[in-house]
Design a protein around this ligand. Structure first.
Ligand code: NAD
Length: 335
């Protein structure tokens, strides 16, 4: 029996997290879900979109599965998602880009993992107006955070037998901030060159990286980058493997891990039983591996891939017309 915090989220969050919990139970993994709420829906009850209960639960259980949470654009509260990552120092946002169903992928050779720095960059939320005609946002890059995310990417590359780490940046223009990120990434790479010379290291400017990912994805393996680039590049990557409905992710600190899909709360299809639960399901597969439930993780992954490859029960994002609960049942039948 595992104790895991569950934040269902809002928008499509409650539908897809219910689907995922059902599939995990069907796979025979006994999880005691510690359910806590966050987002606009709890403002009235708690006076904040991010009650202290959420942090208490995650700090206690060390592992959480999280649905998406809507962030109001422009005015309103700051992102609950960013606040959770910052408060718990979940400095590594890891987004694997793997092909589970060839027919939805732009290139079947895609096998990359994006390591996105998750606590600083342009997401520190330091912004202000300069008079009423301009606004300024501050981007923070520290040596420590740059080093930690690159270390994490190399550790992963060593553990998983990966061949190459690419640092992604815009240091040609942002000479101080991205320059510092690249300097630290290179130092970490130098260190690993001595212990693991089999892992190649290079760097790419982010705009070129986007083009390269689309044209020559087979040349890329582990990618490490500051916050904003990671956000954008991983959505680009999601598009390459079949869309946001298939792209999983995790937020890692030194002790705590929060698993969530790349996609957001999809307000356009929320509450309509139309959302694809597979991205959150693949995030839960990462969680099961983290918990040591390797066999169950593999079974779920295979069952979901089989349903996707058969192509009979697919949600709208993949060109089908199946409902969330129909694809959930199909995956459980496959299990
Ligand atoms: P989104 O990812 O919610 O949706 C983009 C498009 O993809 C929409 O057309 C949506 O219907 C579709 N889509 C996304 N997930 C899907 C799924 N599982 N199945 C089927 N279709 C799916 O992006 P957005 O519209 O830019 O953002 C909506 C809200 O989500 C915003 O408030 C944003 O801030 C928030 N958001 C939250 C997170 C998070 O919780 N980690 C991440 C990204 C965005």
């Amino acid at each position: 029996m595992y104790n895991v915090t569950m934040i269902a989220g809002d928008g499509i969050g409650p539908e897809i997290s219910a689907a995922v919990a059902e599939i995990i139970a069907a796979a025979g993994v006994d999880i005691n879900w510690d359910r806590v709420e966050a987002g606009a829906g709890v403002m009235d009850k708690y006076g904040t979109p991010l009650p202290e209960e959420v942090f208490k639960s995650i700090r206690k259980n060390k592992v959480a599965l999280k649905g998406p949470i809507t962030t109001p654009v422009g005015s309103g509260f700051r992102s609950v998602n960013v606040a959770i990552r910052k408060e718990l120092n979940l400095y590594a946002n890891v987004r694997p880009l793997q092909v589970h169903a060839k027919k939805f992928a732009k290139d079947e050779n895609i096998d990359m993992v994006v390591f996105r720095e998750n606590t600083e960059g342009l997401y520190v939320g330091i912004e202000h107006y300069v008079g009423d005609q301009a606004a300024e946002s501050i981007k923070i890059i520290t040596r420590k955070a740059s080093r930690k995310i690159t270390e994490r990417a190399f550790e992963y590359a060593v553990r998983e037998g990966r061949k190459k780490v690419t640092a992604v940046h815009k240091a040609n223009i942002l000479k101080y901030s991205d320059g510092l990120f690249l300097e630290e990434a290179r130092k970490v790479a130098e260190k690993y060159k001595k212990t693991n010379p089999e892992i190649e290291f290079n760097d790419k400017i982010v705009d070129n990286m986007c083009m390269q990912m689309v044209q020559y994805p087979e040349q890329y393996d582990v990618l490490v980058m500051p916050n904003l680039y990671g956000d954008i590049v991983s959505d680009l990557g999601a598009g390459l493997i079949g869309g946001l409905g298939l792209a999983p992710g995790m937020n890692l600190g030194d002790e705590i891990a929060v698993f969530e899909a790349v996609h957001g709360s999809a307000p356009d299809i929320a509450g309509q039983n139309k959302a694809n639960p597979v991205a959150l399901l693949f995030s839960s597969v990462l969680m099961l591996r983290h918990l040591g439930e390797t066999k169950a993780a593999e079974r779920i992954e295979k069952a979901a891939s089989a349903v996707l490859n058969k192509g009979e029960v697919l949600t709208g994002d993949l060109g089908g017309s199946a409902a969330t609960d129909e694809i959930t049942k199909a995956i459980i039948n496959e299990l």
